[in-house]
Design a protein around this ligand. Structure first.
Ligand code: ADP
Ligand code: MG
Length: 483
C-alpha cells in the first residue's frame, strides 16, 4: 500500500502489466524504498566516460567495413542480425538520405569487488555491462524516483551518511534534449517527431512523460506516437525523400522505442516498413548503423586499448578500457574462451551472451558448459560472446513491486532485502555521416536494483526496481553487506 500511495504521488511512473484486466489499469513501477549508496569517484568515472562512449558509437556507426567485418559471420547463422545488416548495406549502397545521424544511448555499469581485497573504499571498481543504442528506456521514471526517495528519507527522518550527497538526475533532460537536437537538425518547423512503440506498451508512461516534457519546452514541436504494426500502409516517401505519415504529416525524427528484437518483426510488412523508414530523410534515432553499433559483439572485438585507439585518443581509450570486463570469443575450438568453458571443472564465473537486447537471453555460470558443448558448428558459436562475471556488493534495501500484498509489504519493512544495483548513464549524439559532431550530451542516470542471486536484470522484464543514488566518500562496508 505504501508503494502504491507514494507511486501515485509520483507523477505517473506506472507500468501496464499483462495480467491487468484492461489497458486503462496500471500499477506503480517497481522501485526501492531507499536510494543506493555509491562511491562518488566511481559515479563520476561513469559520467566522465559518457562523451567518449557517444563518440565511439558514432565512429562504429560510420565505419561500414568494420560493421560488416564484425557482424558478417554472425549474420550467416542469425536471421535477425542478417536482416539488420542487410538493411544497413541496402541503405548505404543507395546513399543515406538523412543528412545527420542520431542516437540516444545508455551505458550500464555494475560495481565490482576487486578480487583479493577486503571490502573497503578502494576495493570497488566499475565494470561496463553493455551499451544500449536503441530504445534506452526509463529516463523519465528515473528522475521521478530520485525525487520520491528524497521525500521518503525526509518524511521518515532517516539520516543519510555523513557527507553524503544526492546527485542531480538529468536523465529526462538528456533524452528530451537529444530528440530536440535531432528535430532542429532536420530544420523544418512544420515537421513532427514520430515515436514508434509496441502495440500494447507496458512502459507507455515513460514515453508519454518524454512527449509531455518536449511539449513543455517546445510547444512548437508536434509529437505523434504510433505502434510499429500500425505503420504499414500509413507511410510513404515523398519526392524529396521526406517521410510522410498519413499522406500529409512530414516526419523530422523517428524515435524507436521498439524494433530491437526479432519478435517485434512478426507482423506482415514489418521489415518493409523498417526499410522505408531507413530510406527516408527523416532522422532516425537511432539509424540502422547506430542500432548495429550497439551489438554486444563490439564489446568483445574492441576489448583492448589498441583496438579502441582506431577511434579514440590514447587517453580516452585507456580510461574506457579500464571499465571493461574481460571478453572472449568461443568460435574456434582452439580459442581460449572455448577451451576455458569446455574444460572447466569448477564453477564458471562467466556470462554467455547472444546478440540480443531486452533481457532474458543470457546464459549464466554453470549452464554455459553444456550449452556450448551442444553448439557443434563454430559458425553457430560466433554469435555469442563470453564475458567475465561481475561480482557486485550487496546492499540492504527494500524492493517494492506491485505483486506485494500490503500485509507482506509491511512485514518486509523489518526484514530488508539484499539487493544488487546496476547504474546506467544516458548520452545522446547528433553527427554527420563523416563523424562531425553537432551535439554530444551526457548526464542523468538510471539505477535498477534486483535481488541478490537473480542473474538477469531489467525493470520491464520483471527482475528489478528503480532506485536512485546517494553518493558517499567514506568506507562502503558501512553500507554494503560484507559477505
Ligand atoms: P540485455 O541486453 O538483455 O539487457 P545485458 O548485457 O544488460 O543484456 O544483461 C542482462 C542482465 O544480466 C544485466 O542487467 C545484469 O543484471 C546481468 N549481467 C549481464 N552481464 C553481466 C556480468 N558480466 N556479470 C554479472 N551480471 C551480468
Ligand atoms: Mg541490459
Amino acid at each position: 500500500m505504501l508503494a502504491l500511495i507514494f507511486a501515485l504521488l509520483n507523477q505517473g511512473s506506472v507500468l501496464r502489466y499483462g495480467e491487468m484486466s484492461n489497458d486503462n489499469c496500471v500499477a506503480h513501477i517497481p522501485f526501492t524504498a531507499f536510494p543506493s549508496v555509491y562511491p562518488r569517484v566511481l559515479y563520476q568515472e561513469c559520467l566522465d566516460l559518457q562523451p567518449t562512449i557517444n563518440k565511439l558509437m558514432m565512429c562504429i556507426a560510420n565505419d561500414a567495413d568494420f560493421i560488416n567485418e564484425t557482424l558478417g559471420p554472425i549474420s550467416q547463422v542469425d536471421d535477425f542480425t542478417r536482416n539488420l545488416l542487410s538493411l544497413e548495406n541496402t541503405v548505404r549502397r543507395e546513399g543515406r538520405a538523412q543528412s545527420l545521424i542520431s542516437c540516444i544511448n545508455r551505458s550500464d555499469y555494475m560495481l565490482d569487488k576487486i578480487p583479493g581485497h577486503a571490502l573497503a573504499f578502494d576495493s570497488l571498481r566499475i565494470r561496463q555491462v553493455e551499451v544500449n543504442a536503441i530504445a534506452s528506456a526509463m529516463s523519465a521514471h528515473s528522475q521521478n524516483i530520485s525525487a520520491l526517495q528524497k521525500f521518503l528519507l525526509s518524511k521518515y527522518n532517516i539520516d543519510t551518511p555523513k557527507r553524503a550527497t544526492f546527485p542531480k538526475n538529468e536523465s529526462l533532460d538528456v533524452v528530451v534534449n537529444g530528440l530536440i537536437d535531432a528535430y532542429d537538425g532536420y530544420g523544418k518547423s512544420s515537421a513532427q517527431i514520430l515515436l514508434i512503440a509496441e502495440k500494447r506498451s507496458m512502459n507507455f508512461s515513460d514515453q508519454i512523460i518524454i512527449e509531455t516534457e518536449i511539449h513543455h519546452r517546445r510547444a512548437d514541436i508536434k509529437f505523434v506516437r504510433r505502434s510499429f504494426d500500425q505503420l504499414p500502409g500509413c507511410l510513404r516517401i515523398g519526392s524529396n525523400k521526406e517521410l510522410l505519415l498519413d499522406d500529409l504529416k512530414e516526419i523530422a525524427v523517428v524515435y524507436f522505442r521498439y524494433g530491437y528484437d526479432p519478435t517485434n518483426y512478426t507482423f506482415e510488412g514489418s521489415w518493409e516498413t523498417r526499410l522505408l523508414l531507413e530510406r527516408s530523410r527523416a532522422i532516425k534515432c537511432p539509424s540502422i548503423n547506430f542500432h548495429l553499433s550497439g551489438a554486444k559483439k563490439f564489446q568483445q572485438v574492441l576489448n583492448s586499448s589498441e583496438q579502441l585507439e582506431r577511434y579514440l585518443s590514447s587517453d580516452e581509450a585507456t580510461k574506457l578500457h579500464n571499465a571493461f570486463c574481460r571478453f572472449w570469443s568461443i568460435e574456434s575450438e582452439q580459442s581460449p574462451g572455448y577451451k576455458m568453458v569446455t574444460s572447466a571443472n569448477e564453477s564458471l564465473k562467466l556470462v554467455l551472451k547472444p546478440q540480443r537486447e531486452g533481457g532474458g537471453h543470457n546464459i549464466f555460470g554453470d549452464e554455459i558448459k553444456s550449452f556450448v558443448r551442444q553448439l557443434a558448428d563454430p559458425r553457430a558459436r560466433s554469435q555469442y560472446i563470453l564475458m567475465e562475471s561481475i561480482d557486485s556488493p550487496r546492499e540492504h534495501n527494500l524492493l517494492l513491486t506491485h505483486g506485494d500484498e500490503p500485509s507482506r509489504e509491511s512485514a518486509r519493512m523489518d526484514n530488508c532485502d539484499q539487493l544488487v544495483s546496476e547504474l546506467g548513464v544516458f548520452g545522446s549524439i547528433l553527427a554527420t555521416d563523416s563523424s562531425q559532431v553537432i551535439s554530444n550530451r551526457a548526464g542523468g542516470y538510471l539505477v535498477r536494483s534486483k535481488k541478490f542471486g537473480v542473474n538477469e536484470g531489467g525493470v520491464a522484464a520483471g527482475y528489478a526496481g528503480i532506485s536512485s543514488l546517494v553518493l558517499f566518500e567514506d568506507d562502503p562496508f558501512l553500507y554494503y553487506n560484507a559477505d
